[in-house]
Design a protein around this ligand. Structure first.
Ligand code: SF4
Length: 167
């Protein structure tokens, strides 16, 4: 029975060089590990990867032992495209992400204020028109804005509404 051929690892020299680089990065960052969940997800991805050298549980592309490679937060999958997502970010990437998150948070906050202002305006308009029921607190939530706007529109353009219902 012919044994299924395994991928060949890089040369010993290349493996040692790659491992030394990975180890330096890992130590420099304070030896951070991924969560058990991520560790298992990574190993599952490696397990179905054609580059896996099963007999030694090494990655056939970089030659690293997966026991370490999948556990260390600072490592990445060398395949293209990557078979598992990196979770480590260096300082520059972290700074960029922080700025982006802050910007997004600010946009969200502005949108919420805008929604509230619109809802309050809508509430005032509808109340002015009367005959559409008193607005309740729930009408001021963004989900109900569409309904509220429709009420305003109907109030401001009753002929539109009448022509629709008379058809
Ligand atoms: S690290 Fe990436 S390329 Fe290497 S065995 Fe795992 S999934 Fe395959």
């Amino acid at each position: 029975m012919s044994k299924k051929e395994e991928p060949k690892p890089p040369s010993i020299f290349q493996m040692a060089k790659t491992f030394a680089g990975e180890l330096t990065k890992y130590i420099k960052e304070g030896a951070p590990n991924v969560s058990n969940k991520v560790y298992i997800e990574r190993l599952e991805a490696c397990n179905t990867c054609p580059h896996l050298i099963k007999s030694s549980m090494r990655c056939g592309l970089c030659g690293c032992l997966l026991e370490h490679k999948a556990k260390w937060k600072t490592t990445t999958c060398p395949d293209k495209p990557e078979r598992w997502k990196p979770v480590f970010m260096d300082k520059a990437a972290l700074e960029l992400k922080k700025n982006f998150d802050e910007q997004e948070e600010e946009e969200k906050r502005k949108q919420e204020i805008l929604d509230k202002k619109r809802a309050i305006k809508a509430a005032k308009l509808v109340n002015e028109k009367r005959g559409f029921g008193n607005l309740k607190a729930k009408d001021l939530t963004s989900n109900n804005l569409k309904v509220t706007y429709k009420k305003i529109n109907d109030a401001e353009n009753p002929e539109d509404n009448n022509s629709k219902t008379s058809k």
